[in-house]
Design a protein around this ligand. Structure first.
Ligand code: SF4
Ligand code: SF4
Length: 337
């Protein structure tokens, strides 16, 4: 693994409100990305999960909200990307109908996969299904070494992920230009105040590619390095270790203003399984709904009624936004600058 820069956390004082740090409001641009969180059920229950997903969770999309989302996708040509997440999106209600509705309209569809779902009963068809519909697969592999992955995600997850990647390669993923396969790196959750920024994405991608090709003959397209935001299980862990505030200070102390222009919340809407609208998946998990210029919250039904997606002027922010703006920045598509 590439060496990471280790920096000690600053002293425990107040966190600067994110908005004050920006010295302005964070404004929305025209919406081009619809990220849909189909629910909280997952076959895994990873230590770092900001969704707090697990096999025991039951929350998922309803047929009614699924129908509204399909209408939204059909009605708004400005939506270029439909990004499906969860939980494990492949096992949640609405996955296939939404994929097919979006692909018929020529949208790029991203599925955020944990890879191991392909080995659960009833989901063995998913790799072929994804290839047939030319879905872009963004797969979690928080490290290219087995120990680190199994520690974060559960025993056996690394081996299953390697087999799944080989399966995807055999279908043409990572090799055919129409079958894009990206991997996601997450750092280990800090256990002491020797925090580290996410390593340089380009160098890490090169290391991943060399290792996975040499040992397993695996190819993929891009590596996305994503910072752990202090939310969900990561927040719980940090609080338990009394590291929550020091970690926020660490992130704040590495604030990089050049990331702000590229933040993923600028041009996306994040939708939860009930059809509520947020500025991003992190705000969704923090229960911080998006607000219109009139101060109203939104649902998919309200967007359909209004006939526009561009009702939000100001993005709602919170201290965890420092996770997206530290160092090279972070988003669902990796580093920002
Ligand atoms: S991090 Fe992803 S794979 Fe792990 S429990 Fe959460 S949703 Fe599931
Ligand atoms: S958490 Fe990140 S993506 Fe979400 S509103 Fe804050 S800066 Fe934007």
């Amino acid at each position: 693994m590439s060496s990471q820069k280790v920096i000690n956390a600053p002293l425990d004082s107040a966190i600067t409100p994110f908005r004050k740090k920006l010295n302005s409001t964070l404004t929305k641009k025209p919406i081009t990305v619809l990220q849909i969180n189909l629910g909280k059920r997952c076959n895994l229950s990873c230590r770092h999960c900001h969704v707090e997903a697990s096999p025991k969770r039951t929350e998922e999309l309803s047929p009614e909200v699924c129908h509204q989302l399909i209408e939204l996708i059909h009605r708004f040509p400005q939506i270029q990307i439909v990004d499906l997440t969860g939980g494990a999106p492949e096992m949640l209600y609405g996955f296939e109908p939404i994929v097919e509705a979006a692909r018929v309209k020529g949208k790029q569809v991203i599925v955020r996969s944990n890879l191991t779902i392909y080995y659960e009963k009833g989901f063995g068809h998913i790799p072929e299904y994804c290839a047939r519909h030319q879905l872009r697969i963004v797969a979690s592999l928080p490290c290219y070494l087995a120990d680190n992955v199994d520690k974060m995600r559960g025993i056996g997850v690394y081996n299953a992920s390697i087999h799944a990647l080989q399966w995807l390669n055999r279908l043409g993923y990572g090799r055919d230009p129409n079958l894009v396969l990206d991997l996601v790196y997450n750092p280990q959750i800090p256990s002491s105040d020797n925090f580290a920024l996410t390593p340089n994405q380009e160098i890490l991608e090169r290391d991943y590619k060399e290792f996975l090709y040499k040992h397993f003959d695996i190819s993929f397209n891009n590596l996305f390095a994503i910072t752990n935001l202090p939310l969900g299980r990561t927040k719980f862990h940090l609080k338990h270790k009394k590291l929550y505030k020091p970690y926020l200070h660490f992130l704040e102390s590495h604030f990089n203003s050049s990331t702000v222009e590229h933040l993923m919340c600028r041009n996306e809407l994040s939708i939860d399984y009930l059809g509520n609208v947020y500025d991003c998946d992190f705000n969704q998990m923090a229960n911080l709904p998006a607000k219109t210029r009139n101060g109203e919250t939104l649902t998919v039904a309200k967007l359909l009624e209004a006939g526009t997606l561009d009702l939000i002027d100001e993005i709602r922010t919170a201290p965890y936004c420092y996770g997206c703006t530290a160092g090279c920045g972070s988003s669902c598509g990796g580093s920002l600058v």
